[in-house]
Ligand binder design. Structure first.
Ligand code: MGD
Ligand code: MGD
Ligand code: SF4
Ligand code: MO
Length: 768
């Protein structure tokens, strides 16, 4: 906790313990408990009748898209309900009956709110009217929408250059809102469009674009039915993408195998009880992962190289293991990769990755005889210094096996936020897309800027150095989500104006620029009316399907606007009718807006019609094995390096992970049921031999420190708990551990903060 300038606002609430209880870690995910927990959350926030009515519309063809993760919906939707426990929690968090209104802000200053935990802040309720924080004040006051738009416009006029403004996007915005937001940023004159992707799957985007020519995955949901092997690397689907377990279950039922590569034995991968089947409610469920390779943090490259060396040796016998025809026809760089593999000894790689030798052999045998292989991954691969190379190593394996462009095979970066992939598709990016700029020029008649913008890290540094002065956020909780919390908080406070377009109250509404605005917006589940007509928008799921989403609930307040209406309002106040784009019309009429998107975006031709019903797949060159835009028109093998950590003797590698009861910075509750941790978030998962080595007992209170380039960063008060995690590795929850991650430690090429491999030391906390 620290005091920050101007206002005495805090980057963290009380770190008092909440009453930990440890139970057996659960060996299965979902089941009846999940049903009970899910309904408990929804009933509490929404009431029983409203809950059932609303849930019956979630993820249905004519309903609204789940505001949780980006996992796709099956073609045939279950009448029992097509959602998971955490989808129900995401809905209840958004559709709560509690209101954060002018009265709330009159009662509580931002100094007081910031002293609450993230859990308490989030539970305050939905934002219901626009609010203004004046310079020097610690109380938000009501403001009309018109005046709020003027405040933004007037601040924008005062900038010396458009590049002094930053337009952040979190991944819950619709395609329409994100497109309009990006269009306004470009019309205003900047490419400063950082987005949550920069902290998330950017390494996947870069790694996949450079090797396969598209920054997205190639598999479709039905490929899971046909896969022989699904590898799940650095991902915890039981918590973060729960309906993926149904896809894995189906894969297994059809004779496929599941391999988990993870420092932790995550519950969902061990055993899964499908709540939509009788066996899932009263039985033991099904075993999902056939093999669990318990890799050390950030040693996936070592493990994957070892697997490839063993496959190479098997292939040398009769050339039946690798797909030589595929390699010859579609790829480049095979020989270099093989030559590099020869420079490593198996013993060295085995020692580095720490995985059981027999388990590796079993997986090698399985991979040797299969060619329908899917590799899924998430933050366990992307949030490391070598995040991009982690992805490229996965691509190497798939290329060797020819496991691309055929059914049952391919890449599957499992996306986080429900529309994070769509936001990028429709133009939220800090780099330049020449084809997009040309299409904007032709369609709207203005020239988009051609200078590269800031991503998340560069944006924070620019605000810190006072090179950027205005920060707008289309959703998200920037202060708590970004790394180096103190630095980020200072960066925000250096701004002249910060604007948050949000559904729920969060810490970024308290740690603000000199002037701040809260602009409350409709969520996924809310009905969106204009001129007596209900509007709908579109989203894109993790597998590239664009489909419509139509809200169901009556909004909590008459004074909330849709995201496009807010962006249109700002743009109109800024341009005052003197611009090539008719901002009022395209922000009000989504059909018209989609017609414009159809003219500009590849794959959006006829989107108004095609997105109805189940939606449609966007083009994907990997599915078509078209690598014509890559060097020599070939998919690229990559020679990767082993990561170097140079750990001192008392240093650990820490991964910051999600509990089962949170969605990023939104804390649903204090339990991490699958890992057996109840009623506490301030925990540190530690290997028992390390506990003996360093003399820690269960529930000892410790502090964590990182020291990069001579700067010490520290977080206080964590309870040590013994856990099945490799020696030398630690795990604790995010966002509590974000203050430890230096702003300038990020993945090479993608700039994704190293949230999964932070070098830390541990000290006993002295409690007075
Ligand atoms: N309920 C819920 N759903 C969510 C979210 C949420 O917070 N709550 N967040 C959404 C978002 S934005 C995202 S990006 C996704 C995140 O989904 P995940 O990536 O599954 O989330 P994390 O908790 O960060 O988990 C990372 C996993 O990687 C493992 N891991 C860590 N380091 C390594 C490593 O070096 N190698 C390997 N092989 N494994 C490693 C961890 O043990 C953990 O199982 O989930 C989305 N869905
Ligand atoms: N240490 C560490 N840090 C991490 C990570 C990690 O694993 N470890 N993960 C990173 C990842 S993967 C991500 S994606 C980022 C997440 O970063 P963000 O996307 O910035 O954070 P969220 O917590 O998802 O944002 C939640 C807020 O979004 C707003 N919101 C919710 N729904 C809507 C909506 O429909 N519209 C609008 N306008 N607002 C809405 C609400 O006000 C809510 O409080 O965090 C990153 N930070
Ligand atoms: S898997 Fe993801 S999208 Fe599907 S219901 Fe659960 S949280 Fe929602
Ligand atoms: Mo994410």
């Amino acid at each position: 906790m620290s005091k920050l300038n101007q206002r005495n606002v805090k980057t963290e609430g009380s770190n008092a313990f909440t009453g930990i209880e440890l139970k057996e870690a659960e060996d299965h995910a979902a089941g009846l408990t999940a049903v009970k927990v899910a309904l408990g959350h929804v009933f509490k926030e929404m009431g029983v009748v409203r809950s059932f009515k609303t849930l019956s519309h979630m993820n249905q063809i004519d309903g609204f898209d789940c505001p949780g993760c980006a996992w796709p919906d099956p073609a045939k939707r279950s009448k029992l309900g097509e959602y998971c426990e955490n989808g129900a929690k995401a809905l209840s968090e958004e559709a709560t009956n509690k209101e954060v209104d002018a009265n709330f802000f009159k009662t509580y200053s931002i100094e007081e709110i910031s002293s609450w935990t993230d859990y308490k802040i989030g539970k305050s309720g939905r934002l219901t009217q626009p609010m203004l924080l004046k310079p020097g004040s610690i109380y938000y006051e009501p403001i009309s929408w018109e005046d709020a738009f003027k405040v933004v416009a007037e601040h924008l006029y005062e900038l010396e250059s458009p590049n002094e403004a930053i337009f952040y996007t979190s991944g819950r915005s619709s395609n329409e809102a994100a497109f309009l937001y990006g269009l306004f940023a470009r019309a205003f004159g900047t490419n400063n469009m950082p987005d949550c992707s920069n902290m998330c799957h950017e390494s996947s985007g870069v790694g996949l674009s450079e090797t396969l020519g598209i920054g997205k995955g190639s598999v479709k949901l039905e490929d899971f039915d046909k896969a022989e092997v699904v590898m799940v690397i650095g991902q915890n689907p039981g918590t973060n993408h729960p309906r993926m377990l149904s896809a894995l279950e189906k894969c297994k039922a059809n004779g496929g195998h599941v391999v988990s590569v993870n420092p932790l034995a995550e519950a969902g991968l061990v055993r899964f009880k499908n709540p939509q089947e009788v066996s899932g409610i009263i039985g033991n469920g099904h075993k999902l992962a056939d093999y669990h390779l318990q890799v050390r943090i950030n040693q996936d490259v070592a493990l994957l190289k070892l697997i490839q060396i063993r496959l190479t040796k098997l292939d040398a016998i009769d050339q039946s293991v690798f797909d030589h025809q595929f390699i010859e026809k579609y790829t480049e760089g095979y020989e270099a990769v093989l030559a590099e593999l020869e420079t490593h000894s198996e013993a060295e790689l085995l020692d580095l990755c720490g995985v059981d030798n027999n388990a590796i052999d079993s997986v090698v045998k399985l991979l040797a005889k299969s060619d329908k292989i899917i590799i899924c991954w998430a933050m366990g691969l992307t949030q490391h210094k070598n995040g991009v190379e982690n992805i490229k190593e996965c691509v190497n394996l798939l290329l060797l096996k020819g496991s691309l462009g055929k059914e049952g095979a391919g890449t599957c970066p499992v996306r986080g936020h429900s529309n994070v992939q769509g936001d990028r598709t429709v133009g939220i990016m800090h780099y330049i897309s020449k084809s997009l700029n040309n299409a904007i020029r032709t369609t709207f008649g203005f020239n988009p800027p051609e200078v590269m913008g800031y991503d998340v890290v560069k944006g924070i540094q620019a605000m810190y150095n006072k090179e950027a002065k205005i920060f707008l956020a289309l959703g998200g909780n920037f202060v708590s989500a970004a790394s180096d919390t103190e630095y980020t908080a200072q960066a925000m406070q250096n701004c002249d104006l910060t604007v948050q377009i949000s559904t729920k109250l969060n810490r970024s509404h308290c740690i603000t620029g000199k002037t701040a605005l809260i602009l409350p917006t409709l969520g996924r589940s809310d009905q969106d009316f204009s001129g007596g007509k209900q509007r709908h928008f579109t989203v894109e799921n993790s597998m590239g399907v664009v489909h419509q989403s139509k809200g169901f609930l009556h909004p909590i307040s008459e004074d909330i606007k849709s995201e496009p209406d807010i962006i249109g309002g700002i743009a109109d106040a800024y341009f005052k009718g003197n611009h090539a784009v008719d901002w009022k019309s395209i922000s009000t009429d989504y059909e018209l807006l989609r017609d414009k998107m159809a003219q500009i975006l590849k794959g959006f031709e006829d989107v108004n019609t095609k997105s109805k019903g189940r939606g449609y797949y966007l083009p994907n060159n990997v599915r078509d094995l078209d690598f014509s835009h890559l060097p020599n028109k070939k998919a690229q093998f990559t020679v990767t390096k082993l990561p170097i950590h140079d750990l001192k003797t008392d240093e650990f590698l820490l991964m910051s992970i999600r509990s089962h009861d949170q969605f990023n910075t939104t804390i649903y509750g204090l339990n991490d049921r699958y890992r057996g941790v109840h009623n506490e978030r301030r925990v540190l998962f530690m290997n028992e031999t390390d506990m003996v080595k360093y003399d820690y007992k269960k529930f000892d209170v410790v502090n964590l420190m990182s020291n990069y380039k001579g700067k010490e960063r520290k977080v206080f008060q964590f309870l040590v708990i013994p856990y099945n995690i490799p020696a030398g590795n630690l795990a604790a929850y995010y966002p509590e551990t974000n203050p430890l991650i230096p702003i300038d430690e990020y993945a090479i090429k993608s700039n994704t903060p190293i949230s999964k491999s932070v070098k830390v030391t541990v000290e006993k906390s002295i409690t007075l």
